[in-house]
Design a protein around this ligand. Structure first.
Ligand SMILES: [Zn+2]
Length: 495
């Protein structure tokens, strides 16, 4: 083993630990020299190679210090057992992913991230991926991220895929954040600090590409033989694309009125597509059965841990594009709600990493369709969970919002409340009108779901102008999430 691959540790007394198998580490933080020291202890250490590191524990926290910064290094060197060293090694080594464990979103029980999981066995609720954020903070800086390729994989340390070679990418992520003042109500263009995050520019035309890139890559890494998803449209097209990229067989099941372009896309990517009468919840049951019969993996929204991780990158990008500040408010169309769950998680991770230049997090404002608004109803009633919307009453032209129950309901409602946000429902007619408004006022071709965010923005500003108190003012930096391209909806919009 060449010296550069070794780390030598010194501990109190004369105990020495030689750890021969340390991955090459980031030199500027972890390789310290002993040249500037002069105590007896240091001269004793001077025969050690350059990789000598002083470890110490203070207030039960592990400290790493370059020798040159220690006035009395001997007093600081206390290391007791191998577990401590393992923890420090784990902090030091640069890894592709710092995924540490999976956690039940209800009771916080931990699960092994190297096994395939669906929902938590304890509570049958979403499992969330957790990372060794202290180690990420030690090994990565925002400046390093800024040098990387413009895809969501620039944040690979905070994504679940262990090895670079398992990343399936079609260039997803780093979508533009565009100023769009003319999407504000007429007369407020000059005042509005309004932006859109254009997710329609992702591969397959929607934000679903992010979640599927992460989930299918990780599923492939964990050795699945096929993938399955229920979909309202875009998710099916996205999963089919990444399955094709992986060389995995894919099965997509959707309500029979799902957008035809999405279904044609999925078929073109080679997926088996089944259309059924009913809603996405019915498609969800069939997908679960098919996955079980065939031994394939079901990547339905929040029924596995990693789609939310891909969607989390929307939050990372937003912060990076705003120079590590966050907007005052985010308006997001919520069907299954993974985008909201993912972004809220992203903001807290960034805050824990110490990368944000402010600690206040944005107001998370969710929008649903009047014809299917279980989360809005739960929010207004002060409930922590959303009762399912009656299937026979779930009606909206915005296919992505026709989701009568969301398994992530608790997480979504918690994010909205903790952030000081709100939940609003809007009509299909208002959405269609805003599709035209966005096309004509800013040259943006957006989906009905995305248009719901503009309706909500206008509605909140109207409340402000009427009452002078509101959750949102025109001067608040607000980001609308254009979750998908308007191409699949073009036929639904009258001119
Ligand atoms: Zn649990």
């Amino acid at each position: 083993m060449p010296p550069s691959k070794q780390a030598m540790f010194t501990a109190q007394g004369s105990t020495k630990f030689l750890v021969p198998d340390v991955p090459t580490v980031s030199s500027k933080r972890t390789v310290f020299t002993e040249q500037k020291t002069n105590s007896n202890r240091m001269s004793q250490m001077s025969r050690y190679p350059k990789q000598t590191i002083i470890l110490s524990t203070r207030n039960n926290k592990i400290m790493l210090s370059p020798m040159s910064r220690l006035s009395q290094p001997g007093k600081c060197c206390s290391l007791s057992h191998k577990a401590t060293i393992d923890a420090i090694l784990s902090t030091m080594s640069a890894r592709f992913s710092y995924l540490s464990h999976l956690q039940c979103s209800v009771c916080h029980r931990h699960y092994d991230p190297e096994a395939l999981h669906t929902t938590s066995p304890c509570c049958s609720r979403p499992l969330l991926a957790q990372y060794d954020l202290a180690a990420v903070a030690h090994n990565l800086t925002p400046d390093e991220v800024a040098q990387r390729d413009a895809t969501m994989w620039r944040y690979h340390e905070l994504l679940p895929v262990r090895e670079d070679r398992h990343v399936l990418t079609l260039g997803e992520g780093m979508t533009p954040l565009l100023a769009a003042p003319r999407l504000a109500p007429r007369g407020l263009e000059g005042e509005a600090r309004l932006y859109v995050k254009d997710e329609g520019q992702n591969p397959t035309g929607s934000f679903k590409a992010r979640g599927m890139a992460a989930a299918v890559s990780r599923a492939l890494e964990l050795g699945v033989s096929g993938v399955v998803t229920p979909t309202a449209g875009n998710a099916g097209a996205a999963m089919a694309a990444y399955a094709a990229r992986a060389g995995l067989p894919a099965y997509v099941v959707a309500p029979e009125d799902a957008p035809e372009t999405c279904m044609l896309q999925a078929r073109l990517y080679g997926a088996e597509v089944e259309l059924i009468p009913g809603l996405i919840s019915d498609a969800g049951r069939l997908a679960a059965n098919v996955a079980q019969e065939r031994g394939w993996f079901n990547v339905a929204t929040l029924r596995e841990p990693y789609r939310a991780e891909g969607k989390k990158t929307m939050g990372f990008e937003l912060a990076e594009q705003l120079d590590w500040h966050l907007p005052d408010a985010i308006i997001y169309p919520a069907g299954g709600g993974t985008g909201v769950v993912g972004m809220w998680k992203a903001f807290r991770e960034l805050r824990d990493l110490g990368w944000l230049k402010q600690t206040r997090l944005p107001k998370m404002i969710i929008v649903q369709a009047e014809g299917c608004a279980p989360l809005v109803r739960a929010f207004e009633n002060g409930q922590d969970e959303a009762e399912a919307w009656p299937a026979e009453q779930a009606r909206t032209q915005a296919a992505g919002l026709r989701v009568p129950s969301a398994i992530g309901d608790r997480l979504i409602l918690a994010a909205v409340r903790e952030s000081g946000g709100t939940a609003i429902s809007v009509s299909d007619d208002a959405m269609a009108e805003m599709v035209r408004y966005a096309a004509q006022r800013e040259g943006m071709l957006i989906s009905l779901e995305a248009a719901a965010t503009i309706v909500a923005y206008h509605a909140l500003l109207a409340v402000h102008s009427a009452k002078r108190v509101s959750i949102l003012k025109p001067g608040d930096v607000t980001v609308l999430f254009i979750t998908g391209s308007g191409l699949p909806d073009v036929g639904k919009i009258s001119l």
